[in-house]
Design a protein around this ligand. Structure first.
Ligand SMILES: [Cu+2]
Length: 65
């Protein structure tokens, strides 16, 4: 389980975008995004650093918790 703190999400569209980014790194990822807190839990085999880079490339801030 990878836990990330993502900034810059403002709506359900952002949540879907972050989910899509993570699933593009790992099709089998199970992703739970909490919009209010910016907390993202991802059950995935992808490395945290890969997810952080991909989320940042999509225009959000991200760091591993
Ligand atoms: Cu949005």
């Amino acid at each position: 389980m990878i836990k990330l703190e993502v900034t810059g999400m403002t709506c359900g569209g952002c949540v879907k975008a972050v989910e899509a980014v993570i699933k593009s790194a790992d099709r089998g990822a199970v992703v739970v995004v909490d919009l209010a807190s910016g907390r993202v839990d991802a059950d995935t085999t992808a490395p945290a650093a890969t997810l952080v880079r991909a989320i940042e490339a999509a225009g959000f801030g991200a760091k591993a918790m």
